[in-house]
Design a protein around this ligand. Structure first.
Ligand SMILES: [Ca+2]
Ligand SMILES: [Ca+2]
Length: 358
């Protein structure tokens, strides 16, 4: 064997491996991605540390409570991944309230008739009250309703809700992020007539929904577009859509009306620091989509928590962070009630409580 042989062999091996990898990705990648524009504001360096002051409610008794809501009696509700709807009474006691037997519960809202409506990404819209669990809506346009993400109730009993993605499910939501194409929807369900209407289509991961105090408009968060849209329900702009806020310093998840008419929005850090390039490289996207375990390396949600308060005219009024996720990370929801902010998170075994100054 001459001295060049090992070199030739290694070269063939290396090139062959690359070709095999490329073919594997070409045939098995589950996405057809496009480039995602990450706003420069998401790379902001200065952070506040207020979220490190949260008190942990029900620590160890709840698992990854994505959303929280408070009813008219001041009782706080959240869905735990163990399938329980838990509620926290004003005296601080936590109760396993109703068993839903689902680990795929997301956004929720308390409703005027008592109890709450919650999004189950597998089942659709569920009503949970003292009588038990009822499926309100499980189909739309003859197809099963997948990936309902958040819901809110109007004064007339209408339910406005989002579908995050009509293509990918909860457990591979990161594929929707990598594909970076708009598969989300905003819908309205009228429980009286049992009618469902599509309000907006082609949204970039439709997430939190909130009505304005006067119910003249509805806001919907587009997580992968780093913005929230305003959809007019009344007045001369009825049926029209405009941008409410854009270039957010994170992907907006749940949004909630504050008592003063402004809105609290939880922002997700979509990638780890230094990994932002994956959103601009189709090759990197295909690679990550084909080998999902690698996605853990680039996901950033566990590193930080951010919530912002935004005025009715779309200006950021307050911002609270836990920049390194020291006390709380992956905050997905912020609800203001009685001088406190209650925080849901997909990476916590408690509900956060933060007193806020007025
Ligand atoms: Ca909600
Ligand atoms: Ca959500």
């Amino acid at each position: 064997m001459d001295s060049k042989s090992p070199f030739i062999f290694l070269t063939f091996f290396f090139v062959g491996s690359l070709v095999a990898l490329a073919l594997h990705i070409y045939f098995f990648s589950p996405i057809s991605p496009q480039i995602l524009h990450v706003p420069p504001s998401s790379l902001v360096k200065s952070f506040d540390t207020h979220l490190q002051e949260v008190t942990k409610l029900g620590e160890g008794l709840v698992k990854d409570p994505e959303d929280v809501c408070v009813d008219k009696h001041g009782i706080l509700y959240t869905a735990s991944r163990d399938g329980w709807i838990k509620r926290l009474h004003k005296n601080g006691s936590l109760e396993d309230w109703k068993w839903v037997n689902s680990s795929s519960l997301l956004g929720m809202t308390s409703i005027a008739s008592g109890g709450l409506v919650i999004c189950d990404t597998e089942e659709g819209l569920l009503k949970v009250d003292e009588d038990g669990i009822t499926t309100l809506l499980s189909q739309f346009n003859g197809s099963k309703l997948w990936f309902a993400d958040d819901v809110t109730e109007g004064k007339d009993g209408s339910l406005y809700f989002s579908i995050a993605s009509t293509k990918f499910g909860l457990h591979n939501w990161y594929l929707d992020l990598l594909e970076a194409k708009p598969h989300g929807q905003l819908l309205k369900y009228n429980p009286q007539t049992n009618e469902t209407t599509l309000l907006l289509d082609n949204l970039f991961f439709a997430n939190g929904v909130a009505l304005s105090a006067d119910e003249r408009y509805l806001l919907v968060c587009e997580t992968f577009k780093f913005r929230c849209l305003k959809y007019w329900l009344q007045g001369e702009l009825k049926g029209k859509t405009e941008v409410f806020i854009e270039d957010l310093p994170g992907g907006p998840d749940n949004i909630n009306l504050a008592p003063d008419g402004s809105f609290w929005i939880a922002l997700l850090q979509l990638t780890c620091k230094g990994m932002e390039f994956v959103h601009t490289s189709k090759i990197a996207k295909h690679l990550l989509a084909t080998f999902p375990r690698m996605m853990n390396i680039v996901q950033g949600q566990h590193q930080r928590a951010t919530v912002i308060k935004v005025s009715e005219d779309g200006k950021v009024l307050k911002r609270f962070d836990d920049p390194e996720g020291k006390v709380i990370s992956f905050v997905t929801s912020a609800v203001e009630y009685d001088g406190n902010l209650y925080l849901g998170s997909l990476h916590a075994n408690f509900v956060g409580k933060l007193p806020i100054d007025h």
